[in-house]
Design a protein around this ligand. Structure first.
Ligand code: GLU
Length: 392
């Protein structure tokens, strides 16, 4: 059965972030009490085929894959043994290369190229590194490569860890301004009651197809769960959805154990739980840039640049910058004003004050002569730029 809300989301969908949980790329072996989880390359192959189908429709796919620690345990034959933090980090280091090797092999067989990116909360909490990560992923997508992201577990300890890949995938979805986050896990979605705690007399739990606001009740419903192989539980998924929704991005929670689930998602069928309030995403992001961030500087631009920004929907280049004011760093918010000091836009700047001062007014070729090839062509990229509506 197709569903209007889902059809609408899919209609304009260009970029999707898919989170693959450890439990959907592993298999359980051994008897009860002694069971171990092993990386299942067949599952990786399955996802390679699915991603290929999505990529064929012209959509960009970013994967966030768990499984490093699980694969590392598997390699070392540690089973479900209790591990100390450094031991887990060692497992992550061993398992991550095993994991990415499996992706590399299986995706290559489908004619797809992959890239590994390991992020930590330090990277994402720091504006400069946040934007660096974004630009790298952007460049990978432009090359037609599938980024496969995981937390950099082997160098992050608990206090500074993102901790679970549900949260990481939501952050990545916001970072990349995705049109949809799909969380593939071992649950079918959010239920009206915990399906694993069903007693004989209790009514069957019902799958909730649509959540349009993550209320305290919904959070309570999600409770806390987790298992030997998964780090997050339903709560981290619900909180991840809350995060993307506040940014204006829908999240779909579906079972990665259902082999045709991504096809059903692509067909707009009512599978899993969709978290979506229906609010436009552009408006929200514009709102964030224009109204949430503190403006750290002011760039006066010439009439040509004003036209390019306002009418042409272009990025701001060094050539159009006449004057630089304030003290800002890479990634800070700046105000863009015309020659009569009227604010026309706000955006995130790719240079600090001094660096921009030294290249303002220069053509791209002149900047290249001055600093070599390693520089941002855009002072403010159009994706990070909001035009301020003026009344006249
Ligand atoms: N980053 C962890 C790993 O790859 C998994 C975290 C999670 O599953 O939420 O092992």
């Amino acid at each position: 059965m197709a569903d209007d809300v889902r059809q609408e989301i899919l209609g304009g969908l260009k970029r999707v972030v898919i989170k693959i949980g450890s439990s959907v790329i592993s298999r359980k072996e051994g008897e009860k009490g002694k069971s171990v989880y092993r990386l299942d390359e067949e599952r990786v192959r399955h996802f390679a085929r699915q991603v290929k189908k999505i990529a064929r429709t012209g959509r960009e796919v970013v994967l966030v894959s768990s499984g490093a620690i699980m694969a590392g345990r598997d390699r070392l034959g540690l089973g479900g043994a209790h591990l100390t933090v450094p031991e887990k980090q060692a497992c992550a280091a061993i398992g991550q290369s095993y994991l990415i090797h499996a992706y590399e092999k299986k995706f290559k067989a489908q004619g797809l190229k992959v890239a590994q990116m390991l992020l930590s909360s330090d990277d994402l909490g720091n504006r400069r590194r946040y934007l660096n990560a974004k630009h790298t992923i952007e460049a990978l997508l432009e090359y037609g490569v599938i980024p496969i992201i995981n937390e950099n577990d082997s160098v992050t300890v608990d206090e500074i860890k993102i901790g679970d890949n549900d949260t990481l995938s939501a952050t990545v979805a916001c970072l990349m301004d995705a049109g949809l986050l799909v969380i593939l896990s071992d649950v079918e979605g959010l239920f009206s009651r915990d399906p694993t705690r069903r007693t004989k007399n209790s009514p069957p739990p019902e799958l909730i197809p649509l959540v349009n606001r993550v209320t305290a009740d919904i959070e309570k419903l999600a409770g806390k769960s987790g298992s030997q192989v998964t780090v997050g539980g339903m709560l981290t998924k619900v909180l991840a959805a809350k995060k993307t929704m506040s940014f204006g991005i829908p999240t779909l929670l579906v079972s990665g154990r259902d082999d045709s689930v991504l096809e059903k998602v692509a067909a707009g069928e009512t599978v899993g739980t969709l978290f979506w309030s229906g609010r436009g995403r552009i408006r929200d992001r514009k709102h964030w840039i224009a109204h949430t961030l503190k403006v750290m500087g002011r760039l006066m631009v010439d009439a040509g640049a004003v036209r390019a920004l306002v009418e042409g929907g272009k990025s701001l280049l060094p050539a159009g910058v006449l004057k630089v004011e304030g003290l800002f760093e890479f990634g800070n918010a700046v105000s863009v004003v015309d020659e009569s000091s009227r604010e026309i836009a706000r955006g995130l700047v790719n240079y600090n004050t001094d660096d921009l001062e030294s290249i303002k007014g220069l053509k791209t070729s002149e900047v290249r002569k001055l600093v070599g090839n390693n520089f941002y062509e855009e002072v403010v990229h159009r994706d990070d730029l909001v035009i301020i509506e003026n009344d006249d």
